[in-house]
Design a protein around this ligand. Structure first.
Ligand SMILES: [Zn+2]
Length: 414
């Protein structure tokens, strides 16, 4: 028991408020035994990390904006804005800052295209987000899913301009995992001082009339169809909050049950999962690929236009993959992105151009030969919570949602 307890402590010390696994080889103990863990260990670990984050933020100088490159990925029917010039607010985590700080200026989407703004792992933080037709959030809306945190997050989301705001839960959104009494049976591991949270009130914040009126659509193992223009294209989306087992947090599944889970995912335009697929923006700072192998093989059948995940903050990135029927629709292996150069990324698709600011890109997407029948997926890990090598730049801590961890903007041709 002591050995296991020690592992948990180390795991938490490494990952802080994120639950990103440090190793896929760390197998979560069964739920029955995690229940006996001391909740005070978890609480104090995350509290001290939160304090640390605060002081880092106070001590850091203003963003200087030097060496900032704009980077986008392009293919005939897809454009992805990964990094862009933007000076974020010095105190991004206040609702007031949303009023005074403008979201980054991005080129307008072409006519007949739809703009999806992808964010994830916001963990109770709020920040300015570029405008677009659809906001997609891939889970970990909060740190532990308290009513207070959900009030803050939904107030922020409701104030954003997007017509549709499609969101899912993650392993940190504990109070949304109510099936089979999960929260009732586990709440005291996290909320032993705050008390059991009002799960009905929390769900009402996400699914009640006010949320509806503001365009919030909360998906938990369900699909949804919507139009961004009346009479326009109908988009389909499916959302799944689950991620592979990690110390018995919410919406965790044992890896051996992955196949059964992903078989339930339907063919849709947009797939939101909290956890990434194996080999696709899933590499932890420890160097392990923590994603789900069953999700990876299921994606070769589903081939959505966008697959958005998060969970592994340090693996944030995006990639446009062209599916090749001659090659059994093999899924890509891709980590990080070309601009940050932490790893050599797999960006070899012939029809993909990485465009840096200053390069002449006039008309390259239009000049592509007829690509009818060609299927592509934009893979995105949009974690906004800085972690890993990119969490520090020029000797200071990168702030939440700042360069390197900005919202990923994806334009799709309808
Ligand atoms: Zn997570």
């Amino acid at each position: 028991m002591f050995g296991r307890f020690k592992n948990i402590r180390e795991g938490f010390a490494k990952v802080g408020p994120s639950s990103s696994p440090t190793s896929k080889k760390v197998i979560s103990p069964p739920l029955g035994s995690t229940k006996t863990l001391s909740s005070s260990t978890m609480t104090s670990a995350s509290t001290s990390r939160a304090v640390e984050m605060e002081s880092e933020r106070e001590d850091t100088p203003e963003h200087e904006g030097d060496g900032v490159e704009t980077a986008q990925l392009r293919s005939p029917n897809e454009r992805v804005y990964l990094h862009y010039s933007w000076t974020p607010p010095s105190t991004p985590d206040t609702l007031a800052s949303l009023i005074t700080i403008e979201a980054p200026p991005l080129p307008p989407k072409p006519e007949g295209w739809t703009r999806f703004v992808c964010i994830s792992d916001t963990h109770s933080m709020t920040f300015p987000v570029p405008d677009g037709d659809v906001l997609l959030h891939s889970g970990d809306l909060t740190n532990t899913g308290t009513l207070f945190d959900f009030q803050k997050t939904t107030t922020w989301l409701m104030g954003l301009p997007h017509r549709h705001k499609i969101i899912i839960a993650g392993n940190h959104d504990l109070t949304l995992h109510t099936d089979d009494g999960w929260y009732d049976n586990n709440y005291d591991r996290w909320h032993w001082t705050k008390g059991k949270q009002d799960v009905k009130a929390i769900r009402r914040l996400l699914t009640g009339p006010e949320a509806n009126a503001a365009g919030i659509v909360y998906l938990q193992d369900e699909d949804y169809e919507f139009q961004t223009v009346d009479g326009g294209r109908i988009w389909s989306v499916y959302g799944s909050p689950w991620s592979p087992a990690f110390f018995g947090w919410a919406f965790n599944y044992p890896r051996e049950e992955g196949k059964e889970l992903v078989e339930g995912f339907p063919k849709v335009d947009i797939l939101l999962t909290h956890g990434p697929a194996f080999g696709i923006f899933d590499r932890t700072r420890g160097g392990d690929d923590a994603g789900c192998e069953d999700l990876r093989s299921r994606l070769t059948e589903l081939r959505p236009r966008i697959h958005l995940a998060g969970h592994i903050h340090e693996a944030r990135g995006a990639h446009i993959h062209t599916w090749d029927p001659q090659n059994n629709y093999e899924a890509p292996l891709v980590q990080y992105d070309a601009v940050m150069q932490d790893y050599a990324p797999d960006l070899e698709d012939e029809d993909l151009n990485l465009v840096l600011e200053g390069e002449d890109v006039s008309g390259d997407a239009q000049e592509e030969e007829n690509s009818e029948g060609v299927e592509r997926t934009v893979f995105v890990n949009a974690a906004n919570y800085p972690a890993g090598k990119r969490a520090n730049k020029a000797g200071r801590a990168i702030r939440f949602g700042e360069y390197g961890f900005q919202p990923v903007v994806v334009d799709l041709k309808d």
